[in-house]
Design a binder for this molecule. Structure first.
Ligand code: FAD
Length: 461
């Protein structure tokens, strides 16, 4: 794509046709627009369209296809993969309207809305979406990638609850895709990621839920060894209403860290129980009895405060991760984690185990492309990374996951942060499903215009 400037005729023409700003490098606001939550890299587009509506998305897609440019999309930037060099970036963060239909228990969610915005719109009606650990994440991309949330074991993937997806395909058409209007594309979009076009909005089902029993139990792993093994055994005893996870991470000895956790290696068990507080208390008793807690935040929680369950950082930073979806948790492999991912690891490792199964394992009413429903657990290893440390993080993550190879069914793309190769993307799907996704991509985007964070390339002619 040839260099463009704010004064060029093509850019002026596009700017005249869009409601939102059109920015080229050097323009005021360009850097802010392309920068998201992931700070290790950022798209470097020839042009950014700060879309206000579906009309702007269409104009941007038509412009890119006419000029042979690649198209990237960014909402919050939590899931940035390979940064786009040149081409057109469509920034959707202004498109964050959420409309709730309380009678139908559905929400229409624009492309740039975060989960917190959806939660806040639904809460006054006693309704809740299938959101995840961090409420700052973009609802649309999370859902396109499947979406494993706080209520996942009881209600399945977020993608299982989608009613309609509106998207602009490479031919510039705005399509309203439902199970009836285009079964193939509807199947692909729910799990197959941002490979098929630019989603402008979606309609999702909501759950009648105002509160959960949830929060975190924080243990010092040196003083209470065996937390992981105990959590693992406990997960085999709980009902589907209980979705839980455990994260093991070192808290630096720094004044901005919570005093109780500062300088300690901590196992943080995250609990989200879709039921009453009394029964929740009873279910978690064996975990509380493991030993003294550095912190215990379990309580009846308004769903609007559900971000407190994982209490993840909301400050943008650089990070990389890798993960596996597992059929079981092997005790021998579990025993390797303290050595490979503990304080002596070459880079700081945040190890996350999530309990899956339950409704996640059941096929949804309208089939979709989400892979590896048989997985019982996910294991991810994430590191905060500065520029230049990517190789060290990659090698460390490979070493941490290596002992689990035999139980691995595949991987989850939503929990893969950083550039992904074709092999990694294939691993997220059953082989036949991957082939079907590639065929659908070929129909929607034969010229491979869309630069998705987890690319499923069109089939070469
Ligand atoms: C702290 C944290 C917590 C998380 N917790 C969970 C969790 O609990 N469960 C879970 O399943 N996932 C979780 N994720 C993963 C998250 O769902 C994905 O990274 C998701 O892609 C983030 O979407 P975004 O809009 O926030 O990010 P962005 O970086 O803005 O988008 C990611 C990619 O999605 C595509 N995309 C975005 N918008 C569109 C669109 N409108 N049309 C087409 N393609 C689009 C693009 O390829 C883009 O590069 C978490 C991630 C982080 C960083």
């Amino acid at each position: 794509m040839k260099p463009l400037s704010d004064e060029s005729a093509e850019v002026s023409d596009l700017a005249g046709r869009t409601h939102g700003p059109v920015l080229t490098p050097g323009a005021v606001g360009y850097d802010e627009e392309r920068t998201g939550y992931q700070l290790l890299s950022a798209h470097r587009p020839a042009l950014v369209v700060g879309a206000l509506d579906a009309h702007d998305v269409r104009a941007a897609v038509e412009f890119a296809v006419a000029t042979g440019a690649k198209i990237a999309v960014q909402a919050s930037g939590h899931g940035l993969g390979e940064a786009l060099d040149g081409g057109v970036l469509i920034s959707t963060r202004r498109m964050n309207e959420v409309t709730v239909d309380p009678a139908a228990a559905t929400a229409s969610v624009e492309a740039g809305a975060t989960w917190q915005q959806v939660i806040d719109a639904a809460a006054p009606y006693g309704l809740a979406p299938l959101s995840g650990s961090s409420t700052g994440v973009g609802a649309v991309s999370y859902t396109l990638g499947g979406g494993v949330g706080l209520l996942a074991r009881r209600h399945g993937f977020a993608a299982d609850h989608v009613r309609r997806i509106d998207l602009v395909t490479a031919d510039g058409q705005l399509r309203h895709v439902t199970a009836d209007s285009d079964p193939d594309l509807f199947w692909a979009l729910r799990g197959g990621g941002g490979n098929f076009g630019v989603v402008t909005g979606m309609e999702i089902g909501l759950l009648p839920l105002s509160t959960i029993y949830g929060g975190g139990l924080y243990f010092d792993v040196e003083r209470v060894p065996g937390v992981l093994e105990a959590w693992c055994g406990w997960t085999r005893t709980v009902p589907e209403e209980m979705t839980s996870a455990v994260t093991v991470l070192p808290f630096p000895d720094l004044p901005m860290m919570p005093e109780a956790l500062r300088g300690r290696h901590v196992a943080q068990i995250q609990i989200a129980y879709a039921g009453g507080a009394e029964e929740g208390e009873r279910l978690v008793r064996p975990l509380r009895e493991l030993g003294s807690r550095l912190r215990d935040t379990l309580r009846e929680l308004p769903y609007a405060e559900s971000g407190a369950v994982f209490d993840e950082p909301d400050q943008p930073h650089g990070y990389r991760s890798a993960n596996l979806l597992l059929g079981a948790l092997d005790p021998d492999a579990l025993a390797t984690l303290p050595k490979l991912a503990g304080p002596s690891a070459p880079v700081m490792c945040v190890v996350g185990l999530r309990h899956l199964g339950g409704a996640l394992a059941r096929a949804p009413r309208v089939p979709n492309a989400v892979g590896h429903r048989a997985a019982e657990y996910s294991l991810s290893v994430l590191s905060p990374v500065e520029p230049g440390q990517e190789g060290m993080a990659r090698d460390t993550h490979r070493a941490v996951l290596e002992p689990w190879a035999e139980q691995a069914l595949g991987r989850s793309l939503n929990f893969t942060f950083g550039p992904t190769g074709e092999r990694e993307v294939r691993d997220a799907f059953a082989p036949d499903d991957y082939s079907r996704l590639a065929e659908i991509r070929t129909k929607c985007d034969p010229g491979a215009h869309f630069h998705s964070n987890h690319a499923i390339p069109p089939i070469a002619p």
